[in-house]
Ligand binder design. Structure first.
Ligand SMILES: [Zn+2]
Length: 111
């Protein structure tokens, strides 16, 4: 499952930042999921619950932030908001868009 490997990546990033930032416990994991990321949020929650066991995120709560779809417009040279993967740029009408906003960002709640 796509979400399963995404979650493995999330735990990996968390454990790496734990090492560099010197924390040992994670209370909350925030994920920003772009609308065009092709990620099922329910599958993501399910995978997280399964994968966190035995890791330092074992007691962590998963918070998911839905982000609107975004793309990089080559002619405009900026990020624009789109609703679907094959939408045209709302500013110049170009189809030379590269979909972004598909990043899953784990982070620690500032304490
Ligand atoms: Zn444009």
């Amino acid at each position: 499952m796509h979400e399963m490997s995404l979650c493995e990546g999330v735990i990996q990033v968390l454990e790496d930042s734990a090492k560099t930032q010197g924390f040992t416990r994670i209370k909350t994991v925030w994920l920003e999921i772009g609308a065009l990321a092709g990620v099922e949020i329910e599958a993501m929650r399910f995978s997280f619950e399964a994968i966190k066991k035995g890791t330092m995120a074992e007691d962590a709560r998963l918070e998911i932030i839905d982000r609107p779809g975004q793309a990089w417009c080559l002619p405009c040279a900026k990020t624009v908001a789109i609703k679907q993967r094959f939408d045209a740029c709302p500013h110049c009408g170009s189809y030379e868009l590269q979909v972004t906003g598909v990043v899953v960002k784990p982070s620690r709640t500032p304490s």
